[in-house]
Design a binder for this molecule. Structure first.
Ligand code: EAX
Length: 320
């Protein structure tokens, strides 16, 4: 028997069953549990896609697929249709995106969200296309904070010599090195065990991730460093995107915006209740001297300005 490509098979099946519209299942991954901010955002996106295409598209969501770099690769290859991922590994694929990973670039959530939803964010999404990826919308991971098992970190000196897992992100690695941290880049999938076994002393992630990954079981200290905003992005494979009609493309874009809003709301909620929750789970929480951390990173900012353009950085900082 000749094996039909899946899409032809779907059409043939639809015709055989009286011409009902074919249904396509989108396989979409995210790194954290289904109940986390990524889960909420992805489920909302999927429900909206299904609704706005009258059920012609629906999702099969894969939570806990926690090697984000591998997911992006799979989307690029077309073996996975979509992923909702932090920008952690993204600049390895789309170098220009590294600019949004610069520490202390965004003042607060409002600033970050407005930049990403405005012209700068849309220009950056446009850069994905040449790399065989469709950047559909900015979702959100959140401001990252440092946890570790050695000591309460308050001042930049306190991080010297700490072995900290970072994402596979060149900007983060360089920034941490500049203040004396020993960065150990690894996939999120390896992190819990690495913390448990003491392979690294600490890690840094937004409150929603620290909560949903249950890091309180393996980390003693949380410092509210908020050292960098961690954007996330909904990425589609061109294979899926190019098969969509213009109307369906508009439906997907709208669905992605609604998904992003739901994900951001979950980040807000987790931020509001999460620190108390972590305290209850036995984590010691310290506030930090933010200005001192920013000053300690001054030399590395000059490097980032060279790499990404001082003007481009200023444009983000001054965006109203
Ligand atoms: O996107 O790898 C990370 O630390 C990410 O923040 C996490 O997987 C969620």
């Amino acid at each position: 028997m000749k094996i039909l490509p899946l899409s032809l098979f779907a059409v043939a099946a639809a015709l055989a069953f009286g011409g009902a519209a074919a249904q396509t299942t989108i396989r979409i991954s995210h790194a954290t549990p289904a109940t986390s901010h990524y889960g909420v955002g992805t489920q909302t996106f999927c429900a909206e896609v299904e609704k706005r295409t009258a059920g012609r598209y629906k999702c099969q969501i894969q939570p806990n697929v926690n090697d984000e770099r591998a997911s992006i690769e799979a989307v690029q290859l077309g073996t996975l249709d979509a992923t909702n991922t932090s920008t952690g590994p993204v600049s390895n694929f789309v170098p220009e995106v590294g600019i949004v990973d610069i520490p202390f670039l965004f003042r607060d959530y409002d600033h970050a969200r407005r930049v990403l939803d405005g012209p700068i964010g849309q220009e950056l999404l446009g850069k994905f296309t040449a790399k065989g990826l469709i950047g559909l919308a900015w979702t959100e991971n959140g401001f990252r904070h440092l946890t570790n098992n050695r000591r309460a970190v308050v001042k930049p000196e306190d991080v010297r010599g700490l072995k900290v897992r970072t994402m596979q992100n060149p900007v983060h690695i360089q920034a941490f090195q500049s203040i004396g941290v020993q960065p150990t880049p690894m996939a999120f999938s390896e992190l819990f065990t690495a913390l448990q076994q003491g392979v690294v002393d600490g890690q840094e992630n937004p409150i929603p991730v620290i909560l949903s990954a249950k890091f309180s079981q393996v980390q003693k200290h949380l410092s509210l460093t908020g050292h960098v905003y961690s954007p996330a992005v909904l990425i589609l494979s061109p294979k899926l995107w190019n098969a969509l009609s213009d109307a369906d493309k508009a439906a997907f874009r709208e669905a992605a915006k609604i998904g992003a809003a739901a994900q951001r709301k979950k980040v807000n909620d987790d931020e509001a209740s999460g620190i108390d929750q972590l305290r209850k789970e036995g984590v010691e929480v310290s506030k930090i001297d933010g200005a001192a951390f920013r000053t300690a990173m001054t030399p590395v900012f000059a490097d980032f300005a060279k790499k990404y353009g001082a003007e481009n950085i200023k444009r983000i900082q001054e965006f109203k």
